[in-house]
Structures are given as C-alpha cells and as structure tokens.
Design a protein around this ligand. Structure first.
Ligand SMILES: [Zn+2]
Length: 185
C-alpha cells in the first residue's frame, strides 16, 4: 500500500478543489475515514486468511463495489438538512472518489499483490500497467531507509498531483469569489 499519509492526500485535495462550502468538515472527516478504511483488512493476517484470498489484504475492501457501498452509506447519513443538487452531487462524488481511490492507488505500487478491484465480479488482483509508487512496508519497517524511498516516491506521484489539484481549486474558487460582486451589478 501507499502509506496512510499518501491516501489522505485524496480527501484533502478533493476538499481544496471543491471548497469548504461543498465539503464541510464532517464530510471531510468521512472522506478521511473512507480513504483509510480498506486497510483494516490487514487484520485478516491475524486470522490466518491468505493474502491472495478475496477476504485477505487488498481483497474485497479494495474493490470498487465496496467503495461505492460504504461511500453511499456515508452520503445517506451525511445528507445536508437543506440540500441543493450541487451539494448532494459534490458530496456523493467526493465520498466515492475517497473510497475508491484506495484500491486504485494500491494498484500503482510496485509490491505485494494487486487490489481485488472488480470483486465480486472477479477475484483477480489488479495492478496498473505503470506502477511508480514504492510499496510501503507494513508496521515498524516504515521507519527505515526503505520508508524514505516510499516517502520520496509518494511525494512525487501522489503529493505533487494532489498539491497541483489543490492549488488549481483554490485559484479557481478565488476567481469565482472575486467575480461575484460584479455579477450582482
Ligand atoms: Zn490498501
């Protein structure tokens, strides 16, 4: 997996892109939980479930189907009291992106098994054709020279795009805010 820090870049960048009005703090918190949730499946190792099993690490919790279900449950629970079509759509899109991004980012790493992205249609593990992200060691091994290589590759392949998306979002929203008084006249 990429590290947890890399996974949370997705909800942070998504909020910077869409803005705090569309993504209030409670939706951000849900996005942070959703992007990390799939890796709770490491508990499968404790129960002797093989890595390659659909119930093992990077198994069903890393699928698009699982991401859609947990995101839509969160969306239903977080629906604003006075929803507009924009906030409802933005919230749903944001939560789905946060949840599904996990399996996709894991598929960009260069180690372990791929994500069971298409479960339950297929138990096959998916890897992207291009896998530039160093796989993150599980547990204390993260704090090692290998951990530094992971941070470097994540900064390049996840951090920089997330930063670019955030800055574009901030710039566009600032532009729109500056234009609003003109629109009113
Ligand atoms: Zn994972």
């Amino acid at each position: 997996m990429p590290s947890l820090i890399a996974h949370i870049a997705v909800p942070l960048a998504g909020r910077a892109l869409l803005g705090p009005e569309a993504i209030p703090r409670r939706v951000l918190v849900a996005g942070l939980v959703l992007c990390a949730l799939p890796d709770l499946d490491v508990i499968a190792f404790r129960f002797g479930i093989p890595y390659a099993s659909p119930w093992g690490h990077r198994g069903f919790t890393h699928s698009i189907a699982f991401g859609l279900v947990v995101a839509l449950v969160c969306w239903w629970m977080l629906r604003p009291a006075r929803p507009s079509r924009f906030t409802e759509t933005a919230t749903a899109t944001y939560l789905v992106a946060c949840a599904v991004s996990h399996g996709l980012l894991d598929g960009l790493t260069n180690g372990g098994l791929g994500s069971a992205l298409w479960w339950p249609l297929s138990d096959d593990r998916w890897f992207a054709p291009f896998r530039p992200i160093q796989v993150s060691p599980i547990g204390h091994a993260f704090f090692s020279s290998r951990g530094l290589a992971v941070i470097r590759s994540e900064a390049i392949w996840i951090g920089l795009p997330a930063l670019a998306i955030s800055l574009i979002g901030l710039a566009v929203r600032r532009r729109l805010t500056e234009r609003r008084p003109e629109d009113a006249t």
